[in-house]
Design a protein around this ligand. Structure first.
Ligand code: XMP
Length: 635
């Protein structure tokens, strides 16, 4: 039984220094050497389906500890061989029939830390009450009542990031409450008798102020692990992996001009001889103004232009997307058309179809948001590089993705180490499906659904809120939500806007996003959602112009580095003469969590004023939602 479990379960990458020289895929569940990695000096991380499980492993590596990820089917005896265990978050409730659990977790001989769902699971196993309660998404203030070892070196009041609907209601009998938030009485507990710890918040996300310190306290002080993870020669290691995986096969690379695919393509260019690598940039017609020309210039400047072909496939993409309004369907169509283009291009460029691999710049967040590797995570959105057709190629071993284990900030660093220009490495991320997803569409069903005023608590007097029956994707409690938005107007006072935004998304299970009026129509009773708005060249062109203004103004003021990403979105919200543009500047480290950026009021007024003057724009709003509850992109 144990042998079977071991052969099915494994791992994140062992530390580079311990990695077998010719290992191809460092993070894989079916690794044959599973038994060899069970190690008292390593931390087992159990994937209970959370969005941030892999991020726990990343933070441990940063601390210097070797993490190994296991699926929830892992046997307790396997976990018992590690120095400590961390249970990740997950989208389910401990009372769901098929919710994951680990038999015998309470009797493990090593310390266990439960995070979010993991925290609820431990409390439930200890006999405490877990129930649907006050939801919390995004920022929360944690008050520590007992620092214990877990919170050593952190502040008594600290900012944490939450994403949960269930809460632990009563303290397990053998446990002590360590911390609470306004909406969660048992935000952290310790049960010394069983060596168990639970935190409702996510210490692994970069927005949790002392998250890394808390994980370090657990790993080093509580579990007694030593730091022995050493990151050396990451690029050399990646190049070796590419050479090994490609062998004599050619790599056909779809390059978008974004950071990820450019860095991955450049790594392949370093690893493979010219005749074994061909890059194709596809102009989908969904790009931003001037983007194709900029890309051509920068790649030629960098010297990889000769290995890259540019194809204009805009007519084809727009034709295939005609009439499509559902964001997931848009993504699937785009993913499929990319592969059609690839097949056609391979025939035209005379590539041997029996001896090739598809190269992609996939990074880890693309995988987890598309449902993860083991299928235990929720589908937030299908990234174009994870559509069904690509999954089939992946299963057949025909895809090479050198950056699949990394996050955006790590990819930027690899790009810098490769010597890529900062104009490329510091580019704001831009999604593969491009403006298609930033242009929200509707069908006839929205008719008869009218915006409604939302009553705000008296502490927010002076603000007016309007619930708009227009849905967009969010991520709440590690699951996908597709909920209405709230439009808000009043004074541009960021601390108050943050509180109203959290309030509106935490109550009622109706909203996951809040936008604030910057310019245009003041009378909220004039707003309506337009039916039957699809992806047309006219709407895309309006969005392109608005996006161009925002980029131009941010560049002119040398503010591009002051935000992590700045999507501009077109939504079919009308005050009679046109539609609405939403500005979405965010701050983030890795795209997994984000908070809305606090741009200077003058800058916003200037950008909004210019966009407002475009024909067809009724109003300009600023997105004031964090991730969670919203996602960075709108769709
Ligand atoms: P969300 O919207 O999920 O986005 O908060 C997180 C980051 O991922 C980018 N993104 C994509 N990148 N293909 C990509 O290459 C995609 O399909 C895609 N969808 C979202 C998004 O821009 C943000 O930086």
């Amino acid at each position: 039984m144990a042998t079977k479990a071991l052969s099915r379960e494994l791992p994140t990458s062992p530390p580079e220094s311990k990695q077998p020289a010719r290992s191809v895929v460092p993070l894989q569940i079916d690794h044959p050497k599973a038994a060899a990695v069970a190690n008292r000096q390593a931390m087992a991380v159990v994937d209970l389906g959370g969005q941030y499980c892999h991020l726990i492993a990343r933070r441990l590596r940063e601390i210097g500890v070797w993490p190994v990820i296991f699926p929830s089917s892992v046997h307790r005896n396997v976990l018992a061989g590690f120095g400590g265990v961390i249970l990740s978050g997950g989208p389910q409730s401990v009372y769901d029939k098929a919710s994951p659990s680990i038999d015998g977790v309470l009797s493990l001989p090593v310390p266990v830390l439960g995070v979010c769902y993991g925290h609820q699971l431990l409390a439930h196993e200890l006999g405490a009450q877990v129930q649907p309660g006050s939801e919390e998404y995004g920022i929360s203030q944690l008050d520590i009542s007992d620092a214990d070892i877990l919170f050593e070196g952190t502040a008594p009041h600290q900012t944490v990031w939450m994403s949960h609907a269930d809460v632990v209601f009563s303290v397990p009998e053998t446990a002590t409450v360590l911390a609470k938030t306004e909406r969660c009485e048992v935000a952290a507990f310790a049960d010394h008798r069983h060596k168990l710890y639970g935190v409702q918040f996510h210490p692994e996300v970069s927005h949790t102020e002392f998250g890394k310190q808390i994980l370090e306290n657990f790993a080093i002080k509580i579990c007694g692990l030593q730091r022995d993870h050493d990151k050396t020669d990451r690029i050399g290691h990646l190049i070796e992996q590419i050479k090994f995986q490609a062998g004599k096969r050619s790599v056909f690379f779809l390059v978008s001009g974004g950071v990820d695919s450019t860095v991955a393509f450049t790594l392949c260019a370093r690893a493979l001889p010219p005749k074994q690598l061909l890059g194709v940039y596809v102009d989908t017609g969904l790009m931003r103004k001037g983007e194709t020309d900029e890309l051509r210039a920068s790649l030629e400047h960098f010297g990889v232009g000769a290995r890259l072909k540019i194809r204009d496939e805009s007519t084809r993409f727009l034709r295939e997307l005609e009439g499509c309004i559902d964001p997931e369907q848009k993504r699937r169509i785009i993913g499929r058309v990319f592969l059609d283009v690839q097949s056609q291009a391979m025939r035209e460029y005379d590539i041997d179809e029996d001896h090739w691999l598809l190269g992609q710049g996939t990074i880890y967040p693309d995988t987890i948001e598309s449902g993860g590797r083991t299928g235990s995570a929720a589908l937030i959105k299908t990234h174009h590089n994870r559509c069904d057709e690509v999954r089939e190629l992946l299963d057949a071993g025909l895809v090479i993705e050198p950056l699949a284990e990394f996050y955006k900030d790590e990819v930027r660093k690899i790009g810098e180490d490769l010597g890529l220009a900062s104009a490329i490495t510091k580019r704001w991320p831009f999604p593969g499906p491009g403006l298609a997803i930033r242009c929200l569409c509707t069908d006839a069903d929205v008719r008869g659904h009218w915006p409604k005023l939302v009553e705000l608590p008296t502490e927010f007097s002076g603000y007016q809120a309007l619930s708009i029956p227009l849905r967009s994707v969010g991520v709440q409690g590690d699951g996908r939500t597709y909920r209405d938005i709230v439009a808000l107007q009043g004074k541009l006072d960021y601390p108050t806007l943050q509180r109203i935004s959290s309030y509106l998304c935490n109550v009622g299970k109706v909203h996951n996003r809040v936008i604030f009026r910057l310019s245009g129509e003041r009378d909220f009773s004039h707003f309506e959602v337009l039916p039957n708005k699809s992806l047309t060249e006219e709407r895309l062109s309006l969005l392109r112009d608005a996006d161009f203004i925002a980029r131009k103004e941010m560049t002119a003021r040398e503010l591009t580095d002051s935000v992590w990403q700045f999507p501009v979105v077109l939504i079919p919200l009308s005050a009679g003469n046109g539609e609405t543009i939403v500005l979405r500047p965010v701050n983030s480290e890795d795209g997994m969590t984000a908070n809305f950026a606090r741009l200077n009021a003058d800058v916003l007024a200037d950008i909004a004023g210019q966009i407002q003057s475009l024909a067809g724009v009724d109003a300009v709003f600023l997105d004031i939602s964090d991730k969670p509850p919203a996602t960075i992109e709108w769709e």
